[in-house]
Ligand binder design. Structure first.
Ligand code: 4NP
Length: 156
């Protein structure tokens, strides 16, 4: 059975599409694309239907990670249809938990729960520099690696 993972940020153009692309790329490298699959969404619909931020695309490209993205606002049905939901920061965690049913709430956690370098929020790079996007990329890389390991261990 395939484990479906959803990453959620605010606009679904910077942080969560970065996590989605890194996660799916790592899974493909490990030959695990049949067992795990990530998607992403936003708690706000400002950018719905649009591409990822050009700085997200540029950062991913510099690391050889492909991205093909259309921004989407999260729905209650999305939450029901995914196995694990990772909010990129505490505000998004609060907003996803708010629309989830009681039964679905246990699937939702903060992304950096699995960051080996510490918990907390993934800082919003939207008003930041290219370096801020690189910092988000590094966070996504080391955290997605751990999340995939966690899923594989659970499925053993
Ligand atoms: P994201 O970043 O939540 O990581 O996609 C943002 C994208 C857009 C906006 C804020 C944050 N915005 O205000 O439009």
């Amino acid at each position: 059975m395939k484990t479906k993972v959803m990453f959620v940020c605010l606009g679904n153009i910077c942080r969560s599409p970065m996590a989605e692309a890194v996660f799916n790329h790592l899974a493909a490298e490990k030959g695990m694309s049949d067992s795990v699959k990530a998607s992403s969404s936003g708690t706000a619909g400002y950018h719905e239907g649009g591409n990822a931020d050009h700085r997200t695309i540029k950062t991913l490209r510099s690391h050889g990670v492909p991205i093909n993205h259309t921004a989407h606002k999260i729905t209650k049905a999305d939450i029901a249809g995914y196995d694990l939901i990772f909010a990129m920061d505490s505000e998004n965690l609060y907003n996803v938990e708010r629309i989830a049913s009681d039964a679905d709430r246990k699937k939702i956690m903060r992304f950096r729960k699995f960051d080996p370098k510490g918990e907390g929020d993934v800082p919003d790079p939207y008003y930041g520099s290219e370096t801020d996007f690189e910092i988000v990329y590094e966070m996504c890389l080391r955290t997605c690696e751990k999340i995939i390991g966690h899923i594989m261990k659970d499925n053993e």
